[in-house]
Design a binder for this molecule. Structure first.
Ligand SMILES: Nc1nc2c(ncn2[C@@H]2O[C@H](COP(=O)(O)OP(=O)(O)OP(=O)(O)O)[C@@H](O)[C@H]2O)c(=O)[nH]1
Ligand SMILES: [Mg+2]
Length: 473
């Protein structure tokens, strides 16, 4: 038996149990075909983890073979057993003999495909759907066929429609597999994916090191992706707060109309920036998935009353307004440890806070507006800055995009729906950072402003992944 130095795994199982889904979840390869109909995969195909070596070539680090589902397992089992009784060949020699003998035979197409990648030694991954009950009648022959190979084997229990029958599967498979692991390739988190790779590393001692190497690479790669995501989010915020929205004053229009026009500009700008950042973050993760901010447009609009009400209590709004107005710089520092009642009392006396807290909200109020006459003696009206609240919402939405993508694989093509904006605890800090940025706009941001904003966002991205995989607190 010749052994590959690169670990090779062959994914097997009955039709439509998520074999291809498993391969796609682990490799993120967009070419893996997944369909709801049984019999989708008809040819065996290898998918790889690669690394660029020092010569610039792609080096294979790990191979996963996607194979068709079993079809003729009972007959094949009989053939192999008869041969075994007759001669002295070892299991893999018999498998090779089977492949040679039945190649091209119409009743053996799938089994020949399944066995082809096994003859050079591979570990077997058997995928079963543990939301359906285990039945010896249906599955025993294919399981015994895998046992016949005498190759190291792991069973992956995929809870396609729930965990209902895990125990019956465990019981049924125990004597045939070295390891049994529950893994849902549709809903896996980043950690679970790594833990599955780690389980694979224990099947064959010679492959432990190369698989651990792959795990290290994936972890490092992910670290870099989170850093780059933080950079993208920071850039988005800076660009949004850097942009000048300006129109000529039309003497026939009143100020409300002017503000309405400026609001349109700002809205469009912010939405475009958010969309393009989301696309960039998507491509970092290598997952081409549509992101829907929320189900309806009204909720999508960062300037809308609905979004503000959902995310910010009147107190919090008031606080941001006060920060935005810069009325109480010293108090912000004092309050950074937590919002005490005393602080609120003090803030209430400041004009900024009162505006945010009590006024009937109009989206135009999120624009800090200034009228002026330029050097050509034209009267202009412009947005000096947006309210920091917008920055808070932008950062938190993009954080959610990152968090979703981090715990998602290419196997899950459901749209990402983002319908909440979270993390009220960081509100104060974000408001303060954004306030610094919008104030220092004229002189450009200082490097330390920029670094502080990056560190804050980056730290949040790391916390999001550590605390609650797939969601933020
Ligand atoms: N909800 C859910 N659906 C899943 C899961 N795993 C697989 N599916 C779905 O089940 C169907 C079959 O998945 P495939 O990965 O194509 O199954 P397969 O075992 O490769 O099937 P064949 O190639 O036909 O043998 C697809 O519609 C998948 O989206 C899961 O964990 N959860
Ligand atoms: Mg398939």
């Amino acid at each position: 038996m010749s052994e590959n130095s690169t670990p090779v795994f062959v994914i097997t199982g009955a039709p439509n149990k998520g074999k291809s889904t498993f391969v796609k979840a682990l490799t993120n390869d967009p070419n893996v075909v997944i369909k709801s109909t049984a019999g989708t995969t008809t040819k065996s195909k290898p998918y790889h983890y690669y690394k660029k070596n020092s010569e610039g070539d792609m080096e294979k680090l790990l191979t996963l073979w996607d194979t068709p589902g079993f079809e003729n397992q009972a007959e094949v089992f009989e053939i192999l057993n008869d041969w075994k009784k007759e001669g002295h060949e070892r299991p893999l020699e018999l498998i090779q003999k089977y492949v040679n003998t039945y190649k091209g035979h119409p009743d053996h197409k799938r089994e020949v495909e399944i066995f082809k990648p096994l003859v050079d030694f591979a570990c077997i991954i058997y995928v079963a759907d543990c939301s359906k009950s285990f039945s010896k009648e249906d599955y025993l022959r294919e399981i015994q066929l895998l046992q016949f190979t005498n190759l190291p084997r792991i069973a992956i229990l995929n809870p396609i429609d729930g965990n209902l029958h895990i125990e019956s599967w465990r019981e049924g498979l125990r004597q045939y597999f070295h390891t049994i692991k529950v893994f849902n390739p549709h809903k896996t988190t980043f950690e679970e994916k790594l833990s599955t790779l780690s389980a694979l590393s224990h099947l064959h001692d010679k492959w432990e090191r190369p698989i651990n190497y792959v795990i290290d690479l994936i972890e490092n790669d992910r670290k870099q992706i989170l850093e780059e995501s933080a950079r993208i989010i920071r850039k988005t915020v800076l660009e949004i707060f850097d942009n000048e929205f300006e129109i000529n004053v039309d003497p026939l229009q009143d100020d409300d109309e002017h503000k309405e026009e400026l609001l349109k500009q700002a809205r469009k700008f912010v939405i475009n920036k958010m969309n393009s950042s989301q696309k960039k973050i998507n491509s970092l993760f290598g997952i081409d998935i549509e992101i829907e901010l929320t189900e309806n447009y009204e909720d999508n609009d960062l300037f809308s009353e609905t979004v503000r009400k959902r995310n910010l209590s009147p107190h919090q709004r008031g606080f941001i307004w006060a920060v935005g107005g810069g009325a109480i710089g010293a108090l912000i520092d004092a309050a950074a440890g937590g919002l005490t009642f005393g602080v609120f009392t003090a803030i209430l006396s400041s004009g900024g806070y009162a505006t945010g807290y009590f006024s009937d909200f109009k989206p135009q109020d999120l624009l800090n507006i200034k009228k002026y006459i330029n050097s050509e003696r034209k009267e202009k009206i412009k947005v000096k800055s947006l309210n920091p609240e917008i920055g808070f919402l932008v950062i938190n939405r993009l954080r959610q995009v990152v968090s979703n993508l981090h715990n998602r694989t290419a196997a899950n093509t459901e749209k990402i729906v983002i319908n909440k904006d979270l993390d009220k605890k960081s509100l104060l800090k974000i408001s303060k950072l954004i306030n610094q940025i919008s104030k220092s706009k004229k002189q450009r941001y200082s490097e330390s402003n920029k670094k502080e904003l990056f560190d804050f966002i980056h730290q949040k991205l790391i916390e999001d992944q550590k605390g609650h995989p797939g969601q933020m607190n």
